[in-house]
Design a protein around this ligand. Structure first.
Ligand code: SIN
Ligand code: MN
Length: 265
């Protein structure tokens, strides 16, 4: 559960970083399964213009290890605590930021997309990221503009050409002004780090030209009463199963990873 000062930090800064929250055993299975998913040809695996994987949507529905992460109490409980009600999965994705070819994510707010494309009433959905690789200053870390979540939904343009994935992005004067006020942070650290950030927090990332991939899983947990009213995107991008998530056992992912390892020996 989050402490009072962590809750305060989340509300003031718009994010909270908890380094090394998942163990090496838990992360190793999530990471090897992510790599196997990227090798599959399926519509949920979105690719860069180069053909390298960009993101794999809805992996919690077709991969057991990711299914366990999606209902892990370490993910679900803090968000229930912050929202004061049960949550359901609005989106689940594993972003690759592949070595050498991982492309940029332009500056944006996620709630801008959830409101415009999915008809989500309020910014009461939370992004939670789990680092599957080491996130370094050099391999395209996620960059956040602290306190930018206090500005509500900002004007954005629909960028359908810069990258392979359409996104509502912010213009340079807007980002410049917000950065003058809040600066930019890029949480880095070992695999297993956990990052929570507000749906209106401005964020983005640069390309990765290093040999080090930077995989991050992102869950978007939405308060059940805030279910989306006007879905326009495929079900596997913006889910319409609004049933509350029932958290599983805290050690289920570890047991699964150990069983997997023994079977391979
Ligand atoms: C996102 O904003 O959805 C992803 C950004 C990233 O992984 O760099
Ligand atoms: Mn985003």
């Amino acid at each position: 559960m989050l402490t009072e000062s962590q809750v305060r930090q989340f509300h003031e800064e718009g994010y909270l970083f908890l380094p090394e929250t998942f163990s090496p055993t838990e992360v190793s299975i999530l990471k090897s399964e992510a790599e196997a998913i990227y090798r599959q040809q399926r519509p949920e695996v979105w690719r860069e213009k180069s053909g390298a994987p960009r993101t794999a949507f809805a992996a919690h529905l077709y991969n057991e290890a990711h299914g366990l992460l999606a209902r892990h109490p370490r993910m679900i409980r803090p968000v229930e605590h912050l929202f004061g009600e049960p949550v359901y999965m609005h989106q689940y994705k594993i972003n690759a930021k592949a070595s050498f070819t991982g492309d940029v994510w332009q500056w944006h707010q996620d709630y801008g997309t959830w409101a415009r494309d999915d008809g989500m009433p309020e910014p009461r959905a939370m992004n939670i990221a789990v680092f599957l690789d080491e996130v370094m200053p050099i391999n395209g870390p996620l960059m956040l503009v602290p306190r930018s979540h206090t500005h509500g939904v900002l004007a954005a343009g629909h960028d359908t050409s810069t990258t392979s994935y359409p996104l509502w992005t912010l213009d340079e004067p807007t980002v410049t002004k917000l950065v003058e006020e809040g600066g930019i942070v890029a949480p880095t650290g070992k695999p297993g780090g956990l990052l929570l950030f507000h749906g209106n927090l401005v964020h983005g990332s640069a390309g990765n030209i290093t040999p080090y991939p930077r995989k991050i899983v992102y869950l978007t947990l939405n308060a059940v009463s805030n279910f989306i009213r006007k879905p326009t995107r495929p079900e596997w991008i913006a889910h319409t199963d609004f049933r509350p998530i029932v958290p599983g056992d805290a050690d289920a992912l570890t047991r699964y990873a150990e069983g997997f390892r023994q079977a391979a020996e």
